[in-house]
Write a protein that binds this ligand. Structure first.
Ligand SMILES: Cc1ncc(C[n+]2csc(CCOP(=O)(O)OP(=O)(O)O)c2C)c(N)n1
Ligand code: SF4
Length: 351
């Protein structure tokens, strides 16, 4: 258990526009190991949803199986949740989103859940550009089943038992960019100041938003020689930018003295202000993102920040031209079943 939460709360806790305090966004007490990176990500999700004034009942949390996939129990306790089967979160998210497009879909997965058993589902949800946030809590191992190497464990990385991983790692962010994801970011569970604005922007992005968050497993993969340990990650982070999330209609007040700045507009009118640190990197250029990722990988660095964003695209509902007026689950029986004459007309079209 990472922390014990007091039941008493200050009566004057700050409230957001919906008059909720941060307490309304918390979940059950975590049962993960003390110091697990996943708990820090849960806390960043709570913070982001509170700051975005999201109504908890408008959120659906979806996950697969793993310590990471348990975390939806530990945040947004007043939201909808579905803990699905190992690696099958994307198809459940797709079904739910098709039925009701008016929700915020938060998918949580692990590197095992996504890059091994769930790889088939992952690649298709990316290429379909489903409107959801897909978070991988990436610790390079199967934490829940006692720390076996996962497909994101780096080649040459040493396990707690001392064996060296002989296989190439799958780089989920590069894969997501290549498959056409329209928002790709990387972060570290220990960097809340970067993670919260990235989560806010991912939630506001209308399309598939992928967040690969390095999240050390303190129990099975925090040893010397592991490239997903706290010490290694802290020593090898390289940021593409520092960033501010600027909500819709708020004046832009952030200003930086040095380095170049870029502003990325999101669909709802909110913006991400990026103070670029990495050279030759443009967050709206796919090739630039791939290049930056590959170069960082070759140097043994972990590139963090918003890697790629594209605001000009169709999400799955637009591509399939589904009902634009209201979600399917709000349509009446008459609208959903237009009658036998329409069916005859459709069948006639095939003759
Ligand atoms: C169909 C199926 N196969 C295997 C398992 C065993 N299993 C449970 S969790 C897991 C991997 C978890 O790793 P990851 O997704 O990286 O999550 P973490 O626990 O590291 O957060 C495996 C192999 C299972 N539950 N179901
Ligand atoms: S086993 Fe690892 S991933 Fe699972 S809760 Fe413990 S520290 Fe976290």
């Amino acid at each position: 258990m990472t922390y014990l939460r007091p039941l008493f709360r200050h009566p004057n806790l700050p409230k957001n526009k919906n008059s909720y305090t941060i307490k309304e966004y918390e979940g059950a007490l975590s049962t993960l190991c003390a110091g697990c990176g996943h708990d820090s990500i849960s806390s960043a999700i709570v913070q982001a949803c509170f700051e975005l004034d999201i109504e908890p009942h408008r959120v659906a949390k979806l996950s697969g199986i793993g310590c990471s996939s348990k975390t939806p129990t530990y945040f947004l306790g007043n939201s909808h949740g579905f803990n699905s089967v190992h690696g099958r979160m994307p198809s459940v998210a797709t079904g739910a989103n098709m039925a009701n497009k008016d929700m915020v879909y938060l998918g949580v997965s692990g590197d095992g859940d996504t890059a091994s058993i769930g790889m088939g589902q992952f690649v298709h949800v990316v290429r379909r550009n489903l409107n959801m946030v897909y978070i991988v809590m990436n610790n390079g191992c199967y934490g829940l089943t006692k720390g076996q190497d996962s497909a994101t464990a780096d080649q040459g990385s040493k396990s707690k038992a001392g064996s060296i991983n002989p296989f190439q790692a799958i780089d989920l962010s590069s894969l997501a960019v290549e498959l056409g994801a329209t928002f790709v970011a990387q972060s570290f569970s220990g960097d809340k100041s970067q993670l919260v604005p990235l989560l806010k922007a991912a939630i506001r992005h209308r399309g598939f938003a992928f967040l690969n968050v390095i999240s050390p497993c303190v129990t099975f993969n925090n040893n010397q020689g592991s490239t997903k340990s706290y010490d290694y990650v802290r020593g090898h982070l390289e940021a593409t930018s520092t960033l501010d999330y600027v909500p819709e209609k708020n004046p832009i007040t952030a200003s930086y003295e040095k380095g170049s700045r870029t502003t990325v507009s999101l669909h709802d009118g909110s913006q991400l202000q990026l103070h670029k640190l990495a050279q030759e990197w443009d967050p709206e250029d796919r090739f630039s993102a791939c290049n930056a990722l590959q170069k960082a990988q070759a140097r043994g660095e972990i590139l963090t920040g918003l890697l790629y964003v594209n605001s000009e695209f169709n999400d799955l509902h637009a591509t399939l031209n589904t009902s634009s007026r209201s979600p399917f689950n709000k349509l009446t029986e008459k609208e959903l079943c237009p009658g036998s004459s329409v069916l005859e007309e459709i069948n006639g079209g095939f003759r």
